[in-house]
Write a protein of this length. Sequence first.
Lengths: 222, 222, 222, 222
Amino acid sequence: MPSPLILINLKTYNEGTGHRAHMIANAAQIVAHESGVTIAIAPNYIDLHPISHHFMIPVYAQHVDASEPGAHTGRITAEALRTAGATGSLVNHSECRLTLADIDAAVKALHAQKLIAVVCTNNEATSAAAAALAPEYVAIEPPELIGSGVSVSKANPEIIQRSVAAVHGIDPKVKVLTGAGIQSGECVKIAIELGTDGVLLASGVVKSKEPGAVLRDLVSQL
Amino acid sequence: MPSPLILINLKTYNEGTGHRAHMIANAAQIVAHESGVTIAIAPNYIDLHPISHHFMIPVYAQHVDASEPGAHTGRITAEALRTAGATGSLVNHSECRLTLADIDAAVKALHAQKLIAVVCTNNEATSAAAAALAPEYVAIEPPELIGSGVSVSKANPEIIQRSVAAVHGIDPKVKVLTGAGIQSGECVKIAIELGTDGVLLASGVVKSKEPGAVLRDLVSQL
Amino acid sequence: MPSPLILINLKTYNEGTGHRAHMIANAAQIVAHESGVTIAIAPNYIDLHPISHHFMIPVYAQHVDASEPGAHTGRITAEALRTAGATGSLVNHSECRLTLADIDAAVKALHAQKLIAVVCTNNEATSAAAAALAPEYVAIEPPELIGSGVSVSKANPEIIQRSVAAVHGIDPKVKVLTGAGIQSGECVKIAIELGTDGVLLASGVVKSKEPGAVLRDLVSQL
Amino acid sequence: MPSPLILINLKTYNEGTGHRAHMIANAAQIVAHESGVTIAIAPNYIDLHPISHHFMIPVYAQHVDASEPGAHTGRITAEALRTAGATGSLVNHSECRLTLADIDAAVKALHAQKLIAVVCTNNEATSAAAAALAPEYVAIEPPELIGSGVSVSKANPEIIQRSVAAVHGIDPKVKVLTGAGIQSGECVKIAIELGTDGVLLASGVVKSKEPGAVLRDLVSQL
């Protein structure tokens, strides 16, 4: 079984921007090295290039537009992500929803650049639909767990299990991340036991005064 | 084999609004009666209720919002469509794209009202994804055929065949409509032979001076 | 001084749809007749045409698209509103935001059909900007008052006064509605004293068991 | 009279990304130094920080989101632009339209970071509306001139003059850029004579094999 993925979304938190993004990346690199677990981060666009070059951990964009290079002011292309050194990108995060046509085009644009696509979804049906687009990962963010402080293991483990089954029913090669309700190493362990291949989390790490300690806890039961 | 569906989208064409929508509905009802083929129309919101009540043919909305009844100014709910007498609704038309989450919610909202969902898509991958949401119909509108005047049978029959296969690979109960490249009864016949369950068309009927004659031609080879 | 306008937005509330929309329209017509105050309602698209024809009060759409008649599936045009008998339309409601370019195009499309434009805004600066587009009305909905149950007179009368001044500084012919924080006839009176030409309200009337009684209270101090 | 501004939008052209963005910035810096004219560039997000630090010319973002730092995945904040060394940002470019409320919030977010706002508009009315939001610049992009290859001086100089008058009628401190129809130094000269304070252009410089030569021509008649 491959190592699970711990993917930290820095969003546009002040605590995850500029030198503080570098501090989190540094903590992630250290804990990844200690534990052997893959820890990746998704900084804002401005920090993407420097963090990709200063650290050995995988770096993801938070969003990519479906458009090709050209007359598309204010957009971020897969080409730009690749030249910045990114490993891949989130697509269709709950805070940055895309049309179905654009999700498909974004996945294809990432793949044309040999980048990894992590498509975010909100339930079993949309997870199955996303799997039909053949991304590397589907990240399930049940709305009732986003930012709730409620652990997925206590709240609603069935939604994760059913979504994993739905995704693998469409395409067993697509991996699944648990994208909400992760508070601790215990939650990560349960998420993996429920059949997922890792977790997507944000404020729990980013807003912590000791990101390294939080990351150590998250990987402690793997 | 059930009768195919001929679904006429009136869009917001002047030629498909008000009394001219009624004339097209009347022609559709006559040709449907003559031929035994199901002909449905999708008028604008204003004409939906009167046309549903004046004619016996199925009437679809052109769009439905994912929102529940409540504080949602300017939206159109599945509840409102049902009370207007609609049979179902287009969802995610190429001129009215929705997020994946909203397509899923719109299909569920239609089903909660016992209405039929026709989800529009643009290629093989998005057709498969839409099928995972379990609508009654997926309508494939290949962008290279929309408004092109090019017949699907001559241009690119493979995209239709592959999309039908992709949809049925996900869920064989989901029916498929050909949503672009239909010019004539010959095109309709070929679309059905390619495995689809009907066609979605617009300007060819709506902008014709003789909608009845066009409709008669469309069903002539079924 | 012309009579103030009381504009009731039915949104997509179940309590403001179908026959219940007709009941509210009927109550509005009776109270308008009794009081001499202009009371208008904005029903959903489906109810727009029947209500326009069954009642003598002004009827507004909740939204209008900027697009011309044509290949615009799922849109609602100013032409369709006019043929439905509408008096005008809300534009850019806080629940249905538009781009600046589309607000301008919607106002122009309404005016081309001799319809009245009520552009909604959220603060002093956007009220001034909206006034530059020359609609008949700007309706200010301060976000801190929307759905708050807090009366504009107690919360923040200055924002109304400053917005009226900002609008009239741009174009004194543009009238101003208070679009949030209206709970009672006392609030309406204060809103008028603050320089506005009427009020835009929703749930207070729509969700009431006795819309007629609420409307009578609203106009009681004019 | 202050020096006019020549602002080059690199969009997401391949020719304006990565090392080619640096080459254009270098050419801009040389020509600005030679001529005394202010030449600024707007690269994509990834190139914003390195170009701001390697060159002395003003650097603008192509877009900024209205949101504050926080849980806003995939967005670009004014705070991030400031820490990247930006001078300001385009807002509401024709390829990246925003709601009126978001334009206002973006201008305020830029000003809170001491950054310059360049709000793009499409006609006389929206230019006046934008001026009411008090940005430093309004950049008028008449749709009929965008990417047309037609010079503003030959096509429709009145739209520029009327828009300048409309902007200054609202707020004489707001400067105006001509945002389309600029092909040559002759066009720049005419744009200035029509009352604008500079030009916004893109492909003419970005897609040229010799950006320096094009820039020299653009400033040649100032």
